[in-house]
Ligand binder design. Sequence first.
Ligand SMILES: [Zn+2]
Length: 373
Amino acid sequence: MGNAFNLGRVFGIQFRLHYTWFIIFILITTSLSWQLFPRSYPDWPWLLYWVIGIVTSLLFFTSVLAHELAHSLVGRAHGIPVRSITLFIFGGIAEMTKEAAHPGAEFKMAAAGPACSLVIGGLFALLYLLTRSTIQPIAAMALWLAYINVALAVFNLIPGFPLDGGRVFRSILWRISGNYGRSSRIAARVGQGIGYLLILGGILIMFILHDWFSGLWMVFIGWFLGNAASVSYRQVQWREVLRGFTASQAMTSDCPAVSPGATVNQLVQEYAFATGHSCFLVAEEGRLWGIVTLHNIKTVSQPDWNVTQVKEIMTPVDKLKVAYPEQDALSILEQMNESNINQMPVVSEGRVIGLIARDSLIRLLRIRSQLGM
Ligand SMILES: [Zn+2]
């Protein structure tokens, strides 16, 4: 998800705000401060509506982050690293680098988010009960947050993939049938069905109840969910395809090798332009020193190309992740996602026999789908 601001790291996870988040933040804050609070509590001073509205809105988004963090921490406890959590217009997304290996792990990871929202909802309900006869603004805030967190948990428990409930549903099917692919297909179909139902419901709300805003919002959510269900299902299919390939089938073996002592200028003129490749092995007498990519070249300013050697800018071999010829392509893709890299040399008996790039994995998928396999 591009166009997002970094908020910082907590538990080693990057927190991000997508620019569409500001739209929903403004919508929620204004509807609280302009409509809901003034209607329910007509005698507050004007400023109080806005202060409580903004604080409530911020606490709501903190609750969404806590929900995603719950997924992430449980995921990590089951060996699934999480790179980032992003807030956007429809809520939050935790970016996992791979899928759960067992139905039990997926069940716990998926259920953790709604469980966290229910606990938060319960705590705010308690706060409401404690403050309702003493501090009215706090009670108003707590009541809305209790309601919205429970609503968040309930909505997420709808059994359509990729909602949390859809993941719970898939993990149960997976446990019963032992078939990950088929369970994913069923859960994704239900997800698409729910997307269509929401769109239909939204249209009915618009034309029968004449509530254009809520109707349109529901149509958008339905469209987003249906879309996300198809995309997630396609990813599951890709994963199944990649599982059937090994590194040696997916790698390029005609990788240009350049000597560690060559200058960056030579690399650009004699290798990059001549071969059109964007990634090179740095090797001498069959021994691998590292790899160098266009990205590394860009770190050197052009006037220094003649005085900088390839070995100074390469990623040295001890910092490289390497793949093995028999390793399946899916685990390579997961390793790339985990370390945020795009290329891995394939090593056999200490020698580099090829290079595997993210693009070549995608090319494999495309060829297979064009052949209708
Ligand atoms: Zn969730």
